[in-house]
Write a protein that binds this ligand. Structure first.
Ligand SMILES: [Zn+2]
Length: 386
Protein backbone atom coordinates (compact mmCIF):
# COMPACT_ATOMS: atom_id res chain seq x y z
CA UNK A 1 0.00 0.00 0.00
CA UNK A 2 1.30 3.46 -0.92
CA UNK A 3 2.42 5.29 2.19
CA UNK A 4 3.35 8.63 0.65
CA UNK A 5 0.82 11.36 1.27
CA UNK A 6 0.51 14.58 -0.73
CA UNK A 7 -1.44 17.81 -0.56
CA UNK A 8 -1.94 20.32 -3.40
CA UNK A 9 -3.46 23.81 -3.26
CA UNK A 10 -3.48 27.21 -4.96
CA UNK A 11 -0.52 29.38 -3.95
CA UNK A 12 -2.94 31.94 -2.54
CA UNK A 13 -6.68 32.34 -1.88
CA UNK A 14 -8.17 35.78 -1.24
CA UNK A 15 -11.87 36.40 -0.56
CA UNK A 16 -13.75 39.56 0.33
CA UNK A 17 -16.18 42.21 -0.90
CA UNK A 18 -14.76 44.45 -3.63
CA UNK A 19 -11.47 42.50 -3.94
CA UNK A 20 -11.66 42.68 -7.75
CA UNK A 21 -10.50 46.28 -7.48
CA UNK A 22 -7.27 45.06 -5.86
CA UNK A 23 -6.43 42.77 -8.77
CA UNK A 24 -3.46 44.95 -9.87
CA UNK A 25 -1.84 44.65 -6.43
CA UNK A 26 -2.61 40.94 -6.19
CA UNK A 27 -1.03 40.34 -9.61
CA UNK A 28 2.00 42.57 -9.04
CA UNK A 29 4.37 39.81 -7.95
CA UNK A 30 3.55 37.71 -11.02
CA UNK A 31 4.25 40.24 -13.77
CA UNK A 32 3.35 43.50 -15.49
CA UNK A 33 1.31 42.44 -18.52
CA UNK A 34 -2.04 40.93 -17.68
CA UNK A 35 -4.51 39.29 -20.02
CA UNK A 36 -8.03 39.09 -18.55
CA UNK A 37 -10.39 36.61 -20.19
CA UNK A 38 -13.93 37.62 -19.25
CA UNK A 39 -17.23 35.75 -19.49
CA UNK A 40 -19.30 37.19 -22.39
CA UNK A 41 -22.22 38.03 -20.08
CA UNK A 42 -19.97 39.94 -17.71
CA UNK A 43 -17.64 41.48 -20.26
CA UNK A 44 -19.10 44.97 -20.60
CA UNK A 45 -19.40 45.46 -16.89
CA UNK A 46 -16.10 44.01 -15.66
CA UNK A 47 -13.90 45.06 -18.54
CA UNK A 48 -14.46 48.67 -17.50
CA UNK A 49 -14.18 47.84 -13.76
CA UNK A 50 -10.80 46.22 -14.43
CA UNK A 51 -9.56 48.99 -16.73
CA UNK A 52 -10.29 51.61 -14.09
CA UNK A 53 -8.65 49.43 -11.42
CA UNK A 54 -5.48 49.24 -13.52
CA UNK A 55 -5.53 52.94 -14.42
CA UNK A 56 -3.25 54.01 -11.61
CA UNK A 57 -0.88 51.06 -11.79
CA UNK A 58 2.16 50.61 -14.01
CA UNK A 59 0.75 47.28 -15.23
CA UNK A 60 -0.76 46.78 -18.67
CA UNK A 61 -4.15 45.16 -18.99
CA UNK A 62 -5.71 43.53 -22.06
CA UNK A 63 -9.31 42.33 -21.73
CA UNK A 64 -10.68 39.63 -24.02
CA UNK A 65 -14.22 38.30 -24.33
CA UNK A 66 -14.49 34.53 -23.83
CA UNK A 67 -16.07 32.79 -26.82
CA UNK A 68 -18.34 30.66 -24.61
CA UNK A 69 -16.76 27.23 -24.98
CA UNK A 70 -13.69 25.76 -23.29
CA UNK A 71 -12.35 23.97 -26.37
CA UNK A 72 -8.93 23.45 -27.89
CA UNK A 73 -9.58 26.16 -30.52
CA UNK A 74 -10.32 28.76 -27.85
CA UNK A 75 -7.26 27.78 -25.82
CA UNK A 76 -5.12 28.10 -28.96
CA UNK A 77 -6.60 31.53 -29.77
CA UNK A 78 -5.66 32.75 -26.30
CA UNK A 79 -2.23 31.14 -26.37
CA UNK A 80 -1.50 33.01 -29.60
CA UNK A 81 -2.66 36.29 -28.07
CA UNK A 82 -0.64 35.66 -24.91
CA UNK A 83 2.51 35.03 -26.91
CA UNK A 84 1.99 37.93 -29.34
CA UNK A 85 1.44 40.41 -26.55
CA UNK A 86 4.14 38.90 -24.30
CA UNK A 87 1.65 38.48 -21.49
CA UNK A 88 3.02 37.67 -18.01
CA UNK A 89 -0.17 36.65 -16.21
CA UNK A 90 -3.38 35.06 -17.51
CA UNK A 91 -6.51 35.93 -15.57
CA UNK A 92 -9.98 34.39 -16.00
CA UNK A 93 -13.14 36.06 -14.72
CA UNK A 94 -16.45 34.24 -15.01
CA UNK A 95 -18.01 30.79 -14.79
CA UNK A 96 -16.30 27.41 -14.84
CA UNK A 97 -15.61 27.30 -18.58
CA UNK A 98 -14.01 30.77 -18.61
CA UNK A 99 -11.80 29.86 -15.65
CA UNK A 100 -10.83 26.48 -17.14
CA UNK A 101 -9.88 28.14 -20.44
CA UNK A 102 -7.65 30.60 -18.57
CA UNK A 103 -6.09 27.73 -16.58
CA UNK A 104 -5.43 25.60 -19.67
CA UNK A 105 -3.97 28.54 -21.62
CA UNK A 106 -1.63 29.48 -18.78
CA UNK A 107 -0.64 25.89 -18.08
CA UNK A 108 0.35 25.19 -21.68
CA UNK A 109 2.51 28.35 -21.72
CA UNK A 110 3.84 27.90 -18.16
CA UNK A 111 2.45 31.29 -17.12
CA UNK A 112 0.93 32.19 -13.75
CA UNK A 113 -2.87 32.11 -13.69
CA UNK A 114 -5.36 34.04 -11.57
CA UNK A 115 -8.98 32.90 -11.44
CA UNK A 116 -11.86 35.14 -10.37
CA UNK A 117 -15.08 33.06 -10.13
CA UNK A 118 -18.34 34.90 -10.79
CA UNK A 119 -20.37 32.47 -8.69
CA UNK A 120 -19.85 29.94 -5.90
CA UNK A 121 -21.53 27.19 -7.90
CA UNK A 122 -18.70 24.60 -7.93
CA UNK A 123 -15.45 23.67 -6.26
CA UNK A 124 -13.47 23.73 -9.53
CA UNK A 125 -11.73 27.15 -9.32
CA UNK A 126 -9.15 26.09 -6.71
CA UNK A 127 -8.33 22.77 -8.39
CA UNK A 128 -5.54 21.76 -10.75
CA UNK A 129 -8.02 20.50 -13.33
CA UNK A 130 -9.69 21.79 -16.46
CA UNK A 131 -12.50 20.28 -18.50
CA UNK A 132 -12.19 20.50 -22.27
CA UNK A 133 -15.19 20.34 -24.61
CA UNK A 134 -15.67 20.05 -28.35
CA UNK A 135 -16.64 23.37 -30.00
CA UNK A 136 -20.26 22.13 -30.13
CA UNK A 137 -20.34 21.65 -26.35
CA UNK A 138 -19.85 17.90 -26.13
CA UNK A 139 -17.55 16.79 -23.32
CA UNK A 140 -14.04 15.96 -24.55
CA UNK A 141 -11.81 15.22 -21.53
CA UNK A 142 -10.76 16.28 -18.07
CA UNK A 143 -7.21 17.58 -18.10
CA UNK A 144 -4.93 17.50 -15.08
CA UNK A 145 -2.68 20.56 -14.77
CA UNK A 146 0.78 20.85 -13.21
CA UNK A 147 -0.60 22.75 -10.24
CA UNK A 148 -3.57 24.74 -8.97
CA UNK A 149 -3.82 28.46 -9.86
CA UNK A 150 -1.33 30.92 -8.41
CA UNK A 151 -4.26 32.92 -7.08
CA UNK A 152 -7.96 32.30 -6.54
CA UNK A 153 -9.46 35.74 -6.06
CA UNK A 154 -13.05 35.72 -4.82
CA UNK A 155 -14.94 38.99 -4.77
CA UNK A 156 -17.90 38.14 -2.55
CA UNK A 157 -19.87 41.08 -3.92
CA UNK A 158 -19.70 39.53 -7.41
CA UNK A 159 -20.74 36.15 -5.95
CA UNK A 160 -23.68 37.78 -4.15
CA UNK A 161 -24.96 39.21 -7.43
CA UNK A 162 -25.07 35.81 -9.15
CA UNK A 163 -28.39 33.92 -9.21
CA UNK A 164 -29.19 32.18 -5.92
CA UNK A 165 -29.67 28.94 -7.82
CA UNK A 166 -25.90 28.91 -8.54
CA UNK A 167 -25.05 29.43 -4.86
CA UNK A 168 -27.41 26.58 -3.89
CA UNK A 169 -25.82 24.33 -6.53
CA UNK A 170 -22.42 25.09 -5.00
CA UNK A 171 -23.72 23.95 -1.62
CA UNK A 172 -24.81 20.67 -3.26
CA UNK A 173 -21.33 20.17 -4.74
CA UNK A 174 -19.63 21.07 -1.43
CA UNK A 175 -21.93 18.79 0.56
CA UNK A 176 -20.50 15.77 -1.26
CA UNK A 177 -16.92 16.61 -0.19
CA UNK A 178 -16.84 15.02 3.25
CA UNK A 179 -18.91 11.95 2.33
CA UNK A 180 -16.65 11.26 -0.63
CA UNK A 181 -13.50 11.90 1.43
CA UNK A 182 -14.72 9.33 3.97
CA UNK A 183 -15.40 6.76 1.23
CA UNK A 184 -11.88 7.30 -0.13
CA UNK A 185 -10.36 7.01 3.33
CA UNK A 186 -12.22 3.79 4.05
CA UNK A 187 -11.27 2.24 0.71
CA UNK A 188 -7.66 3.48 0.83
CA UNK A 189 -8.09 5.15 -2.59
CA UNK A 190 -5.64 7.72 -3.89
CA UNK A 191 -6.38 11.43 -4.27
CA UNK A 192 -6.04 13.65 -7.38
CA UNK A 193 -2.74 15.28 -6.49
CA UNK A 194 -0.22 14.57 -9.25
CA UNK A 195 -0.24 10.86 -10.01
CA UNK A 196 -2.35 10.15 -6.89
CA UNK A 197 -1.30 9.85 -3.25
CA UNK A 198 -2.75 9.04 0.13
CA UNK A 199 -4.79 11.84 1.66
CA UNK A 200 -3.15 13.93 4.37
CA UNK A 201 -4.63 14.72 7.77
CA UNK A 202 -5.00 18.30 6.52
CA UNK A 203 -7.14 17.11 3.61
CA UNK A 204 -9.45 15.19 5.93
CA UNK A 205 -9.75 18.08 8.36
CA UNK A 206 -10.65 20.42 5.50
CA UNK A 207 -13.35 18.08 4.19
CA UNK A 208 -14.82 17.77 7.68
CA UNK A 209 -14.75 21.55 8.20
CA UNK A 210 -16.47 22.00 4.84
CA UNK A 211 -19.32 19.79 6.05
CA UNK A 212 -19.60 21.61 9.40
CA UNK A 213 -19.56 25.04 7.78
CA UNK A 214 -22.44 24.08 5.50
CA UNK A 215 -24.55 22.63 8.32
CA UNK A 216 -23.88 25.66 10.50
CA UNK A 217 -24.20 28.45 7.99
CA UNK A 218 -25.90 27.40 4.74
CA UNK A 219 -29.55 27.98 5.82
CA UNK A 220 -28.78 31.47 7.11
CA UNK A 221 -26.52 32.21 4.13
CA UNK A 222 -29.28 31.34 1.66
CA UNK A 223 -31.78 33.53 3.52
CA UNK A 224 -29.27 36.38 3.77
CA UNK A 225 -28.39 36.25 0.10
CA UNK A 226 -32.07 36.10 -0.86
CA UNK A 227 -32.53 39.31 1.14
CA UNK A 228 -29.46 40.89 -0.49
CA UNK A 229 -27.31 40.77 2.68
CA UNK A 230 -23.61 39.89 2.44
CA UNK A 231 -23.03 38.48 5.93
CA UNK A 232 -20.43 36.35 7.70
CA UNK A 233 -22.62 33.28 7.06
CA UNK A 234 -22.56 34.04 3.33
CA UNK A 235 -18.78 34.52 3.40
CA UNK A 236 -18.37 31.22 5.27
CA UNK A 237 -20.45 29.31 2.72
CA UNK A 238 -18.61 30.95 -0.19
CA UNK A 239 -15.37 29.70 1.39
CA UNK A 240 -16.87 26.24 1.92
CA UNK A 241 -18.16 26.03 -1.67
CA UNK A 242 -14.99 27.25 -3.35
CA UNK A 243 -11.96 26.71 -1.09
CA UNK A 244 -12.82 23.96 1.41
CA UNK A 245 -14.67 21.86 -1.14
CA UNK A 246 -12.00 22.50 -3.82
CA UNK A 247 -9.15 21.45 -1.54
CA UNK A 248 -11.32 18.72 -0.08
CA UNK A 249 -12.20 16.91 -3.29
CA UNK A 250 -8.77 17.21 -4.90
CA UNK A 251 -6.86 16.07 -1.85
CA UNK A 252 -9.22 13.26 -0.83
CA UNK A 253 -10.93 12.11 -4.04
CA UNK A 254 -14.49 11.75 -5.32
CA UNK A 255 -16.81 8.75 -4.94
CA UNK A 256 -20.43 7.72 -5.64
CA UNK A 257 -21.95 11.22 -5.47
CA UNK A 258 -19.83 12.39 -8.41
CA UNK A 259 -20.24 9.02 -10.14
CA UNK A 260 -23.94 9.80 -10.40
CA UNK A 261 -22.99 13.02 -12.19
CA UNK A 262 -21.08 10.99 -14.77
CA UNK A 263 -24.06 8.70 -15.29
CA UNK A 264 -26.69 11.40 -15.58
CA UNK A 265 -25.36 12.45 -19.00
CA UNK A 266 -27.27 9.42 -20.29
CA UNK A 267 -30.57 11.12 -19.51
CA UNK A 268 -32.04 13.59 -22.00
CA UNK A 269 -32.66 16.97 -20.36
CA UNK A 270 -29.77 16.62 -17.91
CA UNK A 271 -27.69 19.19 -19.81
CA UNK A 272 -29.72 22.07 -18.38
CA UNK A 273 -28.83 21.11 -14.81
CA UNK A 274 -25.95 22.54 -12.84
CA UNK A 275 -23.15 20.23 -11.72
CA UNK A 276 -23.87 20.84 -8.02
CA UNK A 277 -27.58 20.13 -8.40
CA UNK A 278 -26.83 16.70 -9.80
CA UNK A 279 -24.13 16.04 -7.21
CA UNK A 280 -26.64 16.94 -4.46
CA UNK A 281 -28.84 14.05 -5.54
CA UNK A 282 -25.59 12.08 -5.83
CA UNK A 283 -25.13 12.54 -2.08
CA UNK A 284 -28.52 10.86 -1.51
CA UNK A 285 -27.46 8.04 -3.82
CA UNK A 286 -24.14 7.58 -2.02
CA UNK A 287 -25.78 7.48 1.41
CA UNK A 288 -28.25 4.85 0.17
CA UNK A 289 -25.44 2.79 -1.35
CA UNK A 290 -23.43 2.99 1.87
CA UNK A 291 -26.50 2.11 3.96
CA UNK A 292 -26.09 5.22 6.08
CA UNK A 293 -27.48 5.15 9.60
CA UNK A 294 -31.20 6.11 9.23
CA UNK A 295 -31.29 8.99 11.73
CA UNK A 296 -28.19 10.61 10.25
CA UNK A 297 -29.46 10.05 6.70
CA UNK A 298 -32.75 11.68 7.61
CA UNK A 299 -30.97 14.72 9.06
CA UNK A 300 -28.97 15.21 5.87
CA UNK A 301 -32.08 14.79 3.72
CA UNK A 302 -33.99 17.35 5.82
CA UNK A 303 -31.09 19.76 5.56
CA UNK A 304 -30.95 19.40 1.78
CA UNK A 305 -34.70 19.70 1.30
CA UNK A 306 -34.91 22.76 3.53
CA UNK A 307 -32.37 24.43 1.22
CA UNK A 308 -34.29 23.47 -1.90
CA UNK A 309 -31.56 21.07 -3.07
CA UNK A 310 -32.69 18.20 -5.36
CA UNK A 311 -33.09 14.86 -3.60
CA UNK A 312 -34.85 12.87 -6.34
CA UNK A 313 -35.15 12.71 -10.14
CA UNK A 314 -38.40 14.68 -9.99
CA UNK A 315 -36.57 17.58 -8.30
CA UNK A 316 -34.11 17.53 -11.20
CA UNK A 317 -36.97 17.66 -13.68
CA UNK A 318 -36.02 14.21 -15.03
CA UNK A 319 -38.16 11.15 -15.39
CA UNK A 320 -36.65 7.72 -15.25
CA UNK A 321 -37.83 4.58 -17.02
CA UNK A 322 -36.16 1.17 -16.85
CA UNK A 323 -34.01 1.64 -19.93
CA UNK A 324 -32.76 5.05 -18.73
CA UNK A 325 -31.96 3.53 -15.35
CA UNK A 326 -30.07 0.75 -17.11
CA UNK A 327 -28.08 3.14 -19.30
CA UNK A 328 -27.22 5.33 -16.36
CA UNK A 329 -26.09 2.38 -14.21
CA UNK A 330 -23.93 1.06 -17.04
CA UNK A 331 -22.28 4.45 -17.50
CA UNK A 332 -21.56 4.74 -13.78
CA UNK A 333 -19.85 1.33 -13.82
CA UNK A 334 -17.94 2.10 -17.01
CA UNK A 335 -14.46 3.37 -16.09
CA UNK A 336 -13.34 5.81 -13.45
CA UNK A 337 -16.60 7.49 -12.46
CA UNK A 338 -15.72 7.60 -8.75
CA UNK A 339 -17.84 4.58 -7.84
CA UNK A 340 -14.64 2.54 -7.54
CA UNK A 341 -13.63 4.65 -4.52
CA UNK A 342 -16.46 3.23 -2.40
CA UNK A 343 -15.14 0.95 0.35
CA UNK A 344 -16.92 -2.18 -0.93
CA UNK A 345 -17.32 -3.93 -4.28
CA UNK A 346 -20.13 -2.24 -6.22
CA UNK A 347 -22.03 -4.11 -8.93
CA UNK A 348 -24.23 -2.70 -11.69
CA UNK A 349 -27.21 -4.26 -9.96
CA UNK A 350 -26.35 -2.41 -6.73
CA UNK A 351 -26.11 0.86 -8.65
CA UNK A 352 -29.47 0.29 -10.33
CA UNK A 353 -31.19 -0.55 -7.06
CA UNK A 354 -29.39 2.29 -5.27
CA UNK A 355 -30.56 4.87 -7.82
CA UNK A 356 -34.16 3.66 -7.63
CA UNK A 357 -34.11 3.60 -3.84
CA UNK A 358 -32.45 7.04 -3.54
CA UNK A 359 -35.12 8.42 -5.86
CA UNK A 360 -37.96 6.83 -3.87
CA UNK A 361 -36.61 7.83 -0.44
CA UNK A 362 -35.82 11.40 -1.55
CA UNK A 363 -39.21 11.86 -3.21
CA UNK A 364 -41.11 10.58 -0.18
CA UNK A 365 -39.11 12.72 2.24
CA UNK A 366 -39.46 15.84 0.14
CA UNK A 367 -43.24 15.50 -0.10
CA UNK A 368 -43.42 15.71 3.68
CA UNK A 369 -41.70 19.07 3.42
CA UNK A 370 -43.74 20.60 0.62
CA UNK A 371 -44.83 24.09 1.47
CA UNK A 372 -42.47 24.29 4.44
CA UNK A 373 -39.19 24.86 2.63
CA UNK A 374 -37.19 27.79 1.42
CA UNK A 375 -37.79 28.53 -2.26
CA UNK A 376 -36.82 25.40 -4.15
CA UNK A 377 -34.33 27.14 -6.44
CA UNK A 378 -33.30 24.03 -8.25
CA UNK A 379 -36.76 22.59 -8.67
CA UNK A 380 -38.50 25.78 -9.68
CA UNK A 381 -35.92 26.64 -12.26
CA UNK A 382 -34.87 23.22 -13.47
CA UNK A 383 -36.32 24.09 -16.86
CA UNK A 384 -34.15 27.15 -17.40
CA UNK A 385 -30.56 27.18 -18.50
CA UNK A 386 -29.16 30.39 -16.96
ZN1 LIG B 1 -18.04 18.60 -8.11
Amino acid sequence: MLTTRAFGAPFRYIQGPGEIKNLPAHCASYGRKILALIDPFLFDRYSSVLHSAFQNSDQLLTTVKFNGECCQEEVERLMKLTMEQRIDVVCGLGGGKTLDTAKLTACDLKKPVVVVPSSASTDAPASAMGVLYHPDGRHLRCQFLDHAPELVLVDSQIIAQAPLRLFAAGIGDALSTWFEAEANRASGSLNYVGSGFRASLAARAIARRCHEALLEDAPKAVDDLAAGRLTEAVENVIEANILLSGLGFENNGCAAAHALHTGIHELPGSERLYHGEVVAFGVVFQLVLEKAEPKFFDEILSFMISLGLPVCFDDLGLSLDDSALEAMSRRIMDGASGIEAEPFAVTEEMVRKGLAEADAVGYKRRRLFDGKTRPAFCREKAGCSD
